[in-house]
Design a protein around this ligand. Sequence first.
Ligand code: SF4
Length: 267
Amino acid sequence: MPFEQPLPQALSPSRLQDFQSCPRRFQHASIERRRQPATYATAKGTFVHYVFERLFALPPAERTDTAAREFVPAAETEVLVEPLVSEIGLTTEVRSRLLAETDRIITRYFAMEDPRTVTSEGVEMRLTATVDGVPILGILDRLDRDDDGSLVIVDYKTGALPNRQYDSKTFANAELYAALCEEHFGERPRRIRLLYVTHGESVEREVTGPVLRARRKSAVDAWGKIKRFYDDGHFPATPSTNACRFCAYTELCRADGVPVPSNPRRP
Ligand code: SF4
């Protein structure tokens, strides 16, 4: 059966990751556009990103920890709204926990860097470009210009630290952003910096030609398959403990007869 909905006009790094973890998940999220309910973890990420985005909209000299904390009430008003409130079960206790964790994150962030000295080319930058025939769309948390003049992709992370081996997935999204920047600006970012603000630690990786070529190729391969599955009217399910654990569609898949592993839990 062909899909009634159109094929997305562009692929974001996170949608590409959806597809690579399980094509059926991509079908539900990006073709059928079924909502993925918020979790406490995703709500915290949105909340903290809101605060940092507003902080970096200020002139550099005004980016203080006091200023960051002054954006928290606005984040409550703007972010903690329906349907997110119902989806995460926002009780008074949950709200207090979120505010306490955000306060700790602000403290840890200011121990990591001084935003008054950061030169940023853009914050929450929406970029689109066609990379080797694949339409890519991405929103960068920050694109900085380091003291040595090089571009750096900066991404805030509110989840767990990666293990010390930094498996390739840790940087996969940001490396595709680097390919997007190279295409969009004609300049290749030199580094990727992931700020694990919950833990006050950052990890960095140089952007190299071979890695970018691999990311581009992987996007080309995935886009070819997406178009084929779309024309077939069917994206195969590839259930696994890892893929299903953070998936919003477990019940839907089970109802369709997909053997989803037991106890997949969303954060
Ligand atoms: S529940 Fe598992 S099989 Fe179903 S879409 Fe999600 S990841 Fe794929």
